[in-house]
Design a protein around this ligand. Structure first.
Ligand SMILES: Cc1cc2nc3c(=O)[nH]c(=O)nc-3n(C[C@H](O)[C@H](O)[C@H](O)COP(=O)(O)OP(=O)(O)OC[C@H]3O[C@@H](n4cnc5c(N)ncnc54)[C@H](O)[C@@H]3O)c2cc1C
Length: 422
């Protein structure tokens, strides 16, 4: 890199949001100079497929979505392995970990999120695994590949969210016996009611997962049985490894106190522009104002990051303010866990003043929970009911008043398609 290069567009973060923004800018401006600065050295890869890689369902190479030639082909300078350590917002100058100052006429912040590390980890790092980056996946992959006789050995998994479930599926696929430690009484906190949690819990139990509600690791060390963790209440488990998924923190630290408004993420308006002109944010880092929900949203999913990257690229290259496009989307996240297909769409946390309707089917494996504010569906959790996702997304997006159909929705035999047109 030249000492202090200047670009038309600088993208901080080489994930799906940043890369999509850079490519969108290029598709709309063939002459612009564009750079991506990324803390990770690797070219764009899919975090979504990391679980498949650590289960040996796909080879490592399949995780990558771009080759280095792709960046060159699009005339995008990719600077991997560089961290932003200082940011002068008004001057739009970025100080990087190698001592350079990179300036951009327009800058996009797309720095995503990092794993929150569990307080339990100190001293047991060698046996403890998170799953956020390809490096995390490589480390875990090498560890389990070296364990030649895993069958029946225990694996301790901490956290009852999406990453915890990914580790359970991984343990199962690789022949370990999963023990799931939950800080709360159940997975996904209060997002599932007793019926929804009952379905998930029964399915985990059927697969031999042992669940420890309201339990944390208190100590760890080596015993005659090998590496052993002791839990709240005093019981202990000898385990091959610990997988943890206890949430993420947005990577905002480089931008705190720089004039760019930071709250839980980088605060942006509906056009994804920050409190400072010509500085935008997209993807997991963006706390944006959404027109559908009428509130500030902070989302962590792949499609949202892709769509925001695209939207930011369009708005950053817009010729006039009037030609910018407001971003709004109904977020959704799906996971398959031990045969259950679970989908979260829209806002899926109960709130004061909201109603919820739970629909449970006789097979004991299918469930829907609708989150309703003033007769408008705001979100839903679906277990083995993916067929309703599209219609529910549309109802959320169109903010359709469902007062006429609400009563009927209490009966799971009444289908969405019989009440609403797709
Ligand atoms: C294991 C796993 C499975 C997932 N599965 C799903 C799924 O099934 N469905 C779904 O919708 N979503 C899933 N997600 C979430 C999804 O992958 C993310 O929402 C998405 O990748 C976010 O993209 P992003 O570009 O906003 O941020 P990121 O992908 O986090 O990229 C941010 C980039 O910024 C860089 N960076 C950070 N700080 C700095 C800095 N200071 N200086 C320079 N660069 C910096 C990082 O190195 C990184 O390259 C999963 C995530 C994980 C980890």
């Amino acid at each position: 890199m030249p000492k202090n290069p200047a670009y038309d567009y600088v993208i901080i973060g080489g994930g799906i949001a940043g890369t999509t923004a850079a490519e969108t800018i290029r598709s709309r401006d063939s002459q612009a100079t564009i750079a991506i600065i990324s803390l990770e050295t690797e070219r764009l890869y899919s975090r979504v497929t990391l679980p498949a890689y650590i289960r040996d369902k796909i080879p490592r190479e399949k995780v990558f979505l771009r080759s280095l030639e792709d960046y060159a082909k699009h005339g995008i300078d990719f600077f991997g392995g560089l961290s932003v350590i200082g940011f002068e917002a008004e001057r739009r100058e970025i100080h990087t970990s190698d001592g350079a100052i990179i300036s951009g006429i327009k800058i996009l912040i797309a720095t995503g999120a990092s794993l929150r590390t569990a307080s339990l980890i100190t001293g047991i790092e060698d046996y403890t695994f998170g799953l956020q980056t390809i490096k995390d996946a490589d480390r875990f992959h090498a560890f389990v590949a070296g364990d030649t006789q895993p069958k029946g050995k225990n694996a301790v998994i901490v956290g009852g969210g999406f990453i915890g479930l990914e580790f359970i599926e991984t343990a199962f696929a690789r022949g370990y016996k999963p023990h799931l430690l939950l800080r709360d009484k159940q997975c996904f906190g209060d997002q599932l009611d007793a019926q929804g949690w009952g379905i998930l819990e029964a399915n985990l139990g059927r697969h031999g997962v042992i669940i420890y509600p309201e339990t944390e690791i208190t100590t760890s060390g080596f015993t005659a049985d090998g590496f052993t963790v002791t839990m709240t209440g005093g019981a202990s488990i000898a385990t091959a490894w610990i997988g943890y998924g206890v949430g993420v923190n947005r990577n905002t630290s480089s931008f705190q106190g720089t004039g760019v408004r930071v709250n839980r993420g980088i605060v942006v308006n509906e056009f994804l522009e920050s409190s400072i002109n010509n500085i935008w944010a997209a993807g997991d880092i963006a706390e944006y104002h959404d027109g559908i929900f009428g509130e500030d949203m902070l989302i962590g999913n792949w499609t949202n990051a892709f769509l925001q990257g695209k939207n930011a690229g369009i708005n950053m290259t817009a010729q006039t303010p009037a030609s910018r496009t407001a971003f709004c989307a109904v977020p959704a996240y799906s996971i398959t866990n031990l045969g259950l297909h679970i989908t979260f769409v829209g806002i899926t946390k109960p709130r004061e003043g909201w109603e919820t309707i739970s629909r449970v089917w006789d097979d004991g494996m299918s469930y829907e929970r609708l989150f309703i504010d003033d007769n408008i569906i705001k979100g839903a959790i679906l277990i083995n009911r993916f067929q309703d996702k599209m219609i529910i997304s549309k109802l959320i997006e169109s903010r359709q008043n469902i007062s006429a159909q609400k009563e009927a929705l209490h009966d799971p035999q009444t289908s969405f398609s019989s009440l609403f047109s797709a």
